[in-house]
Design a protein around this ligand. Structure first.
Ligand SMILES: *Cc1c(COP(=O)(O)O)cnc(C)c1O
Length: 401
């Protein structure tokens, strides 16, 4: 039998996925499932969704042939430019979809979690657009690291609630958002920012992000005369930009899928966020997946230079793609990612987000043939990471002297 890498009827990707939730959220999750069934293929819904993606987000995002990168790595390298979207990353595709669903479900209040602040900004943005109150949970540590995004969310009218439990980062913010949702199951929709959480979230988020692979198909047909690449490469935090990049090619074995997760200081150190390499089966935030944990099952604190990849779980779709060998997964270190970011900047004049730089680093880790078509998703722009880049830039200049 041919493998199907999409979600099953009951929310599983192989042995990963499902909905492990407290009883109080059961009705909410059922309602969301019903809304997905009713609206995701509904013509009026799609018209509104694609209309906003075009006129508000600025889609389709370009598929850019990177000439100098191609020369350097000996392949036809294309960049899918999600960095050019409104608010600076792919996250907005998903928040637009979810706010339209929330309105149709009669919800009047939005909550979200955020790490680097990109998903928080994308959520606050669509709430301003739709005139809905928005509460964003964010770890105290991340609030300190990402001032600019906090200020943007506040200017957009959202309330940013500081989370002081645990490591005070993304995992803790997610716990707090789930707690809020349990207290307000009636009026509140929780906009999860990645392909994580209980079913139907991973599948719903992947479908909203699948506009990325839909466009890649059309754009490659135009540029290469065939609608599929040889390689698709994306970074994975929770896995939403990767899921969107792969979506229409999941079951197309002509296309090789490559993922870059964050190795931090290295997978042989205790400072890493490489969940697929280091995780074991467990349950986190409502889904059965790979989780970074101690031998006795305590979730361990992840580390990566990029806040968007700093998560101890992974979307169940990706746990399954890795377990079945459908995707090849690289653990990319902070240093490799930063090198790739500086290289893209100097060769192509594009400053990528630190997260996206992990995907770009794969070019240096794999061998390609000159006629092979390689598409890399640049999930976001580097504006939010400028402080980190400037610091590194200064030390590199000093080192060279
Ligand atoms: C949030 C974020 C990521 C990681 O999230 P995924 O769900 O894995 O895509 C990657 N890149 C950027 C720019 C982000 O903001």
């Amino acid at each position: 039998m041919k493998m199907d890498y999409n979600v099953s009827e009951d929310g599983y990707y192989g042995e990963f996925g499902g909905a492990y939730i407290p009883e109080i959220l059961h009705a909410n999750v059922e309602k969301l499932k019903a809304a997905c069934r009713t609206y995701l293929d509904d013509e009026a819904f799609k018209k509104e969704f694609y209309g906003l993606l075009r006129d508000y987000v600025g889609r389709p995002s370009p598929l850019y042939y990177a000439r100098r990168l191609s020369e350097k790595y000996g392949a036809k390298v294309y960049l899918k430019r999600e960095d050019l979207n409104h608010t600076g990353a792919h996250k907005i595709n998903n928040t637009i979809g979810q706010i339209l669903l929330a309105r149709r479900m009669g919800k009047t209040r939005i909550i979200a979690e955020t790490g680097a602040g990109q998903h928080g900004v994308a959520s606050a943005t669509v709430c301003a657009l739709m005139n809905m109150p928005c509460v964003v949970y964010m770890g105290e540590t991340d609030i300190r690291r990402q001032r600019l995004n906090v200020q943007k969310m506040e200017m957009l009218g959202a309330e940013v609630r500081s989370v002081t439990s645990g490591n005070k980062t993304l995992k803790d913010a997610t716990n707090e958002a789930i707690r809020d949702w349990c207290c307000h199951p009636e009026d509140t929709h929780y906009i999860i920012g990645s392909t994580v959480g209980p079913h139907p979230y991973p599948d719903m988020v992947a479908r909203f992000q699948s506009v990325i692979s839909e466009e890649i198909g059309r754009q490659l047909q135009e540029k290469e005369g065939r609608s599929y690449p040889d390689y698709l490469i994306a970074c994975v935090g929770g896995g939403s930009n990767a899921a969107g990049t792969f979506y229409h090619y999941l079951n197309d074995e002509r296309v090789k899928l490559v993922e870059a997760e964050a190795a931090g200081l290295g997978i042989d150190t205790d400072r890493s966020a490489a969940t697929i390499h280091l995780g074991r089966k467990g349950i986190i935030h409502g889904a059965r997946t790979l989780v970074m944990q101690t031998p006795d099952g305590q979730i361990t604190e992840p580390y990566s230079i990029s806040a968007g990849l700093d998560y101890p779980g992974i979307g169940p779709v990706h746990a399954n793609l890795a377990a079945r060998g459908r995707a090849e997964v690289f653990a990319v270190t902070d240093t490799q990612a930063v090198d790739a970011a500086f290289e893209l900047t100097s060769l192509e004049g594009i400053i990528p987000a630190l997260e996206s730089a992990h995907a770009l680093a794969v070019l240096g880790l794999k061998k390609f043939r000159p006629d092979e078509v390689v598409v890399i998703t640049v999930s976001g722009r580097g504006d939010k990471d400028m402080e980190t880049y400037i610091q590194l830039f200064q030390t590199r200049k000093t080192d060279k002297r």
